[in-house]
Write a protein that binds this ligand. Sequence first.
Ligand SMILES: [Zn+2]
Length: 598
Amino acid sequence: MRGPHIRGLAVAVAVTTAATGLAGTAFAGPATGTDHAVAATGTTAASVVTAARAAAFAHAAATGVVPGDGLRAKDVMIDPEGARHVRFIRTHQGMPVLGGDLVVHLSRQLAYTGVTRAADHSVEPATTRPELTAAQAETKAAAVAKGDAGTARLVVDARDGRAALAYQVPVSDSDTTEATGTRTVVIDAVTGKIRSNTPDSDEFLSPELLDTLRERGETLNPATGTAAQPTALTAAGASRAVHYPVTATGTGASLFVGKVPLTTTRTARTSYLLKDPTRWGTETRDAKGQELESFARGKAFTSTNDKWGNGTVSHRDSAAVDAQYGITKTLDFYKKTFGRKGIANDGKAARGMVHFGNKVANAFWDSTCDCMLYGDGDGDMFKKPLVVLDVTGHELTHGVVDATAELEPTRVDADGNQYGEAGSLNESLADIFGSNVEFSANNAKNPPNYLIGEKLGLAQKFLRRLDHPSLDKLEGTIDYWSPQTYDAEVHAGSGVSSHAYYLLAEGSGRKTIGGFAYDSPTYDGSTVTGIGRAKATAIFYRALTRYMVSTTDFHDARLATLKAAADLYGANSTAYQTVDKAWAAVNVTVANTPAARR
Ligand SMILES: [Zn+2]
């Protein structure tokens, strides 16, 4: 999702499984002698949240938390190395504060050790008395987003360098958004100025990229199919009494990843559901060509023999096989690598719908539906459904980012293109972890690599790549940071941190990995020796979940990954030093850190 809405939140405690490496050296936060924290008798989520909230008010000069603020815990992280981190969403005088998020860091003894905050400035607006009425704000939002306005609510918008009183208005059926038509409009409650107007779903392909492909007349008809015919029915089990539903193992003939096993639900002797009970009930449904944004209205996929699809688009189930496979492989990557239980780490199902809309050439992470939506392609430019594995890994990672740092673009233009470093970082993390999903799945029909969208059938053979981002000529992805990156389109800008990640993992220069040849350049001609994908990925994940907030830019990301590396491997480790080198190699350094922009 891209909308700056704030959801109802459950506190989830994530006790990370031990990552590789040494016990953490705590990062250098402001050391305080005062220990107001409750005694560390046990570390329940509630006691950690209570201590973190008290610390946020007690250390107001550092945290920026003022009287009148309310702090609601979004996430609690308990590190095996000892540190505790609580991510808060803020209200001021009862109003949600957009860009008011912060993470409070505590020691094992629950003493305050530091803060990561989205807004460096005060979140108190000059006035709390609106000039506009809610009805006027709704009318204005409906007009600008060309749709139906919902109920306006007063918020504090602290995202753009200063705090302002504003109305936040949800708009449905917007004509300004391709496919999923819900948007969030924020209007200054005093001046009536539109502060932001953002779509609530993340499109895999940006409006600008679709225009580029149209101009080039590219037709994407990627090779699909397994040609595998369903094999003979297996014996339907002995006649012992079975209490349905039970877990079953079916077979799917996918479009892009060959024949794959699928864990399904057997609901009766000859009835199966494409729903995985071993992964919290993760399920893929059929949107039946409608622009459904409600998963409940999707049609369940059922089978009489637990065999799904035929490897071609002639069977409605085939795209569902790719989707369900991709979603479950993404969940598996996050669980086995980081102990993360589901997209929001709350042990809840992930969900997808295929055959979304009529001739939709895109795939989305939709926050309204809280699900993945896959179009079938427009039949003109995109001939096949957009259900490839790294697209799913990319899009579901946007769900993980939503549940953690919730990185936001700094602006969205009238066509829906997004700009800014925090948004670029969001796209980059989606590519980094999306690529890791491929490595984790390790399917011979979809060989893992550092390329994104290599199975979409594009003329340049990939959409983006992490080793040398500027080889992409479609979105103009960049290799290195410059002051202009501040306002880069988010997919183009993503190259900076994607490139830093690749250098950290694999190093600079020529390298062949799994039959793919890479040649990663550096800004300053330096040589970087990689620390391996596992360590690099652990560092980026810890940085995302502990040390990034909604406004984190590339220089902040450098600091976040340094802290993460210090936690995991120590501040004198090779890993820590390589993080520093990798960022310098993409021109992100202490020396060129811009003055505060917030
Ligand atoms: Zn994306």
